[in-house]
Design a protein around this ligand. Sequence first.
Ligand SMILES: Nc1ncnc2c1ncn2[C@@H]1O[C@H](COP(=O)(O)OP(=O)(O)OP(=O)(O)O)[C@@H](O)[C@H]1O
Length: 245
Amino acid sequence: MIEARGVGRRYRRRWALRDCALEVPAGRTVGLVGPNGAGKSTLLHLLTGLLPPSAGELRVWGERPGSSAGWLARVGFVGQDAPVHRALTVREHLVFGRRANRRWDAGWAERRVAELGLDPGQRAGRLSGGQRAQLALTLALAKRPDLLVLDEPVAALDPLARREFLDRLAAARAEHGPSVLLSSHLIGDLARDCDHLIVLGRGRVRAAGPLPELLAGPDGRVRELEDVVLEQLQLDRDERAEERS
Ligand SMILES: Nc1ncnc2c1ncn2[C@@H]1O[C@H](COP(=O)(O)OP(=O)(O)OP(=O)(O)O)[C@@H](O)[C@H]1O
């Protein structure tokens, strides 16, 4: 599904991502981890066609991301702050979604809003952070995407809301089966919900692959995901310290 070769992205003269090579098959739930500023959001924006790469070749389903309306219809994206239109009501979001998306599943979206206990007449700006995140996920899933991309979707949620959000995501995945790509700093969540991992550090892919492969230690023992990620993050820190000295 995702093929990246030598992909880089520059903001003015500074490279946020460099020389990324990735291959991710369809049907995976992919976790994206890395320290602050590693380039996670930038990579997600490249993969959803919100930003063009400054270098390299990037293909999703064999096409350049965002290259056609048909391609865009296949992707659901929830950005970092669960963006919704604050002045629109929950119901107006559903109407907007129906008008803007060819594959919109109106019945499912309405049922989901009812299940969540959201008041259809409530303005989105008055919802709690968790409710906004749930509304944004509902809108992204009602598109019936083949790929759902979530940028730190649970960062602002309390532990219960986070669990509910991830459970609903898992249920939707079981029901409709989109591939999922999700960035998070919460390694426990990723260990539970993902079967593929990408570790970014300082704009480079440090490790990527199916989770069982990444967790297999050289001595045949299965390592903890947290240890694998911390090891990569430590490498980052060491590199930075070396550059400073
Ligand atoms: N619009 C922009 N203009 C200039 N620099 C940017 C822009 N967006 C991101 N950057 C820089 O690119 C680098 C990567 O940022 P990015 O937001 O992709 O990281 P991240 O891994 O998502 O971080 P976080 O975990 O803090 O959300 C950072 O150094 C950031 O300052």
